[in-house]
Write a protein that binds this ligand. Structure first.
Ligand SMILES: Nc1ncnc2c1ncn2[C@@H]1O[C@H](COP(=O)(O)OP(=O)(O)OP(=O)(O)O)[C@@H](O)[C@H]1O
Ligand SMILES: [Mg+2]
Length: 476
């Protein structure tokens, strides 16, 4: 059992000073929640500890020993946001990745024992799936659990976990967290990054907040309530009180789906009206996101139809920003404007670079993208800031129909409030909005009607005013 001590840690990327002398001590056996706004340096800290980045200055101690990183310690495990699993291999192979094969004798492999141990490992994290399943077929929540199972199976007793719950529906998130809590209960140290207040309050013993490159707050979780914690992590003014809704949804349909089928979804019947926000949720694997792709016209349906009101543009925030969201090598500006370039064309087809630039600067400010530099490379942005840039792109299209998948995924507490505010404004302006999300807070914050997608089709639509989170969960 070893204490981790970090002192005076510094890290800059070019002129961007991210960590500015960070001090933190983590005693063994503690479950620590790590919070802070998007771009604060949480992932950077974990990457330094994991040996992916090298600190510019500062000291890291593992017990008495001074070390450059914790990467070489077999008992220390990391789950970075991409999880590091291989989709084309089954669960057994993923769990054994990098380990020598088990042998009975000499060259005889003991596949039976590997399977048995794999089964035990995933059962320990509450997963009940055949271990021969290809990891690529698993839902994100199940993948996250496999990643945790892998760490535990290797006997990791110090775990660092970067936003593994950000795409998980409540049940999966709880499953993952309870397996972490159980591990911590047996003496393991767990450091978990999350933007979800309730998760941090429920699971952790201590909350540490990074702001301006240093630890700005450090408190016992039990001493905090939700509001106090929110105040600790919100580093700036939000857009304040949300506007009251002055009107109900319009009569006019902007989107109509009739018995539409594609991928795992269908037959889907649903309508989104002008000035209406319709929410869909469901477990991963339910075909939830396929409904969104159909609505956005990103896939065509094999049967049934999807119609959009004449003259209405649609735009989508895709569910997975890492693989579908943006162009890593292009700038923030290019990523924002690439699907609306014609808006900045002058007669004669020349691009009006100055107007484009001005609009981008305005959008960066409106969404509080950090760093506020239109030329920053998209691939280097923090998770939440990537999400904001993709939102900017969607806004630039000025659509009449928005399809927003996991709109608040990975964004910090203040930005979440801002995005809700923004969705209210879009609705007020008359847009139709389809929110497809695993985050119940999104549903209750912005939607008029909600439904649970199961086996590819939405069930009954419920008015949010007459629904509680518990009722909704019972449907899933
Ligand atoms: N490889 C890199 N090159 C340049 N800048 C980088 C690189 N990695 C991170 N940064 C910058 O470092 C800052 C901190 O990023 P980091 O990913 O640590 O934030 P975070 O606290 O994890 O935020 P989030 O909550 O959005 O995930 C950001 O301003 C980001 O743009
Ligand atoms: Mg991060």
């Amino acid at each position: 059992m070893t204490t981790i001590s970090i002192s005076g840690l510094r890290k800059s990327f070019g002129p961007n000073e991210v960590l500015r002398g960070l001090d933190l001590e983590i005693p063994p056996g503690e479950f620590v929640g790590l919070m802070g706004p998007n771009g604060a340096g949480k992932s950077t800290l974990l990457k330094i500890l994991g040996g992916i980045y090298r600190a510019d200055a500062g000291e890291l101690r593992y017990g008495e020993e001074r070390v450059a990183s914790l990467a070489e310690r077999p008992e220390v495990g990391f789950i970075h946001q991409d999880l590091g699993l291989i989709d084309d291999l089954d669960i057994v192979a993923n769990l054994r990745l990098g380990e020598p094969p088990m042998r009975i004798l000499g060259p005889l492999l003991d596949a039976r024992r590997e399977r048995k141990e794999a089964r035990e490992a995933i059962e320990r994290v509450g997963l009940n799936i055949a271990v021969e399943t290809q990891v690529g077929e698993l839902a994100p929540g199940e993948k996250a659990l496999v990643a945790v199972a892998r760490l535990l199976q290797r006997g990791a007793s110090v775990l660092f976990i970067d936003e593994a719950t950000s795409t998980l529906p409540p049940q999966d998130a709880r499953r993952l967290i309870s397996s972490l809590t159980a591990t911590a209960g047996k003496g393991a140290t767990v450091v978990m990054v999350s933007h979800k207040l309730s998760e941090i309050l429920d699971a952790t013993q201590r909350v540490v907040v990074i702001l301006d490159g240093k630890i700005a707050a450090d408190a016992r979780s039990a001493d905090l309530d939700r509001d106090e914690l929110a105040r600790m992590v919100v580093a700036r003014e939000t857009r304040g009180e949300r506007p009251r809704r002055t009107r109900g949804p319009g009569q006019e349909e902007v989107l109509r789906m009739r018995a539409a089928c594609a991928g795992r979804a269908g037959p889907v019947d649903l309508a989104v009206h002008r000035a209406e926000v319709v929410g869909l949720t469901g477990l991963a694997g339910s075909g939830l996101h396929d409904v969104a792709y159909m609505a956005a016209g990103a896939v065509s349906c094999r049967s049934g139809e999807v119609t959009v009101a004449t003259g209405v543009r649609r735009a989508m925030v895709p569910p997975n920003r890492e693989s579908q969201g943006g162009f890593a090598d292009l700038s923030t500006a290019a990523n924002m404007t690439l699907s609306a370039l014609s808006d900045w064309r002058r007669p004669g087809r020349l691009l009006n670079g100055r107007a484009e630039r001005r609009d981008v600067v305005e959008m960066v400010e409106r969404l509080d993208v950090r760093p506020p530099d239109p030329e920053a490379e998209f691939g280097t942005l923090s998770g939440g800031n990537k999400q904001k840039v993709i939102f900017g792109r969607v806004l630039f299209r000025r659509p009449g129909l928005y399809i927003l998948c996991e709109p608040t995924r990975g964004v910090d507490v203040a930005t979440r409030a801002d995005l809700y505010h923004l969705i209210d404004e879009l609705r007020e302006d008359g847009a139709g909005i389809l929110v497809v999300t695993s985050d119940f807070e999104d549903l209750f914050a912005v939607c008029d009607r909600i439904s649970v997608v199961e086996s590819g089709r939405p069930g009954e639509f419920l008015s949010v005013d007459e629904t509680t989170a518990e009722q909704l969960e019972a449907f899933i």
